[in-house]
Unconditional design. Structure first.
Length: 399
């Protein structure tokens, strides 16, 4: 796709904000059809599916934030002139074509597309069937904004494919796809990785851990873990596992405090073998697979651990590589934890719910990447470009 100048891109986004505001009632009515068809059997997915007045405002805000950010394309990363006379500049450049596959959340149709478009990429969107009506009208909004500014509507396309057709599209896309980003649970990620022929950037899987050190301020621990667990259970940055150091003062009483706190907030508890000796009325972790599982539900595991090294080892074995937090008053202990735990974001005395582009100052995000190539953490506007070398010569040949 051709390079679009910054003014035109921003004009598209300005149009998009106006259109979203003008059509908000139509968008909410379309979403109601999806909600009625889906039902409330899966609370986390139902929550992600909702589009109300607040969500439309959030969509408009996301577009505005991206519009106001500096264009990431064509920025000089490095420049040098060699002794040979060659003049070499390394600049940012668009990926080309990005495919985003996601479940449930219609706001991704806005938030992901606006970032990829501002970075001058063509976008294929593959939303879930549960958000069909919502995504259909949001795609119409994009096409209206593009055409108002003299651009072809195929810059942003919603793929209306079933599972079999999506599988075939991934294996044999109609054009080269430079980057595929699955946003969703483990089954979606596994499906994309199995069938895609292009580069896949993994995002969206949480299974986040919090370690309560023997040096923890326990009131801080309670406040942080409750926020991380219940603030938004459908978020990939929600908390699933708590490891409590068995050497903490008043260990058994503190376990009972946590039990009371979680029950009062309607969070069900699973416990490991050691914790079950104290919290005898709680169900045990059924199998090792549970330690790998992202819950996206009002459920948490409480486990016992013997010291920092064991906590680090367990987190690195079982976590999704997304976020992990330590609660401690010992800054050196926190430093060791944060250096040794292999996650995209590590925290000291803070909730994992901050792993979010807006909360981290990145702005709107495409996803939270748990891959190490090409970027880890929130994928904002600056992360949706690659690079290109511009080499200027005067008849240079290599001898």
């Amino acid at each position: 796709m051709k390079l679009i100048d910054t003014k035109t891109k921003n004009n598209v986004l300005q149009s998009m904000m106006t259109i979203l505001d003008k059509k908000r009632n139509e968008i909410i009515e379309a979403n109601k059809k999806d909600l009625e068809a889906f039902g409330k059997s899966d609370r986390a997915m139902y929550d992600r599916l909702i589009v109300d007045e607040k969500k439309v405002d959030s969509m408009i805000q996301s577009v505005m934030e991206v519009m106001e950010q500096e264009d990431p394309v064509g920025k000089t990363l490095e420049h040098r002139r060699l002794d040979t006379g060659l003049d070499i500049t390394n600049k940012t450049a668009p990926f080309g074509t990005i495919m985003i596959i996601y479940e449930s959340r219609p706001d991704v149709t806005i938030e992901a597309a606006v970032l990829a478009f501002k970075a001058n990429n063509k976008i294929y969107l593959k939303g879930g069937k549960e958000a069909f009506h919502s995504n259909k009208i949001l795609e119409q909004c994009w096409h209206e904004a593009l055409q108002e500014n003299g651009l072809d509507k195929n810059w942003i396309e919603m793929l209306k494919l079933d599972r079999t057709e999506t599988q075939e599209f991934l294996k044999n896309p109609p054009e080269h796809i430079d980057l595929i980003v699955p946003r969703g649970g483990e089954r979606l990620i596994a499906f994309v990785k199995e069938h895609a022929t292009g580069a896949v950037l993994v995002s969206g899987r949480g299974n986040n851990f919090l370690y309560v050190s023997k040096n923890a301020d326990f009131e801080t621990a309670k406040k942080v873990m409750l926020n991380a667990k219940i603030d938004k259970i459908s978020g990939c940055n929600a908390l699933d596992k708590v490891l409590i150091d068995k050497n903490i003062s008043g260990y058994e009483d503190k376990l009972k405090e946590l039990q009371k706190m979680f029950h009062e907030n309607e969070v069900s508890i699973l416990v490991d073998e050691d914790v079950s000796k104290v919290l005898t009325d709680e169900d045990k972790v059924p199998s090792e697979d549970t330690w790998y599982e992202e819950f996206l539900a009002m459920k948490i595991v409480l486990g016992s651990i013997d010291g920092l090294d064991q906590a680090i080892e367990k987190i690195n074995k079982y976590s999704g590589g997304h976020s992990a937090s330590i609660i401690t008053t010992d800054k050196e202990e926190a430093k060791t934890f944060m250096e040794q735990v292999d996650c995209a974001a590590v925290y000291h005395n803070a909730s994992t719910r901050f792993t979010d582009g807006g909360q981290m100052g990145v702005g709107a995000e495409l996803a939270i990447s748990t891959d190490k190539l090409h970027h880890r953490g929130p994928l904002g506007l600056k992360q949706l470009v690659t690079n290109k070398y511009y080499v200027l010569g005067e008849g240079h040949i290599r001898e």
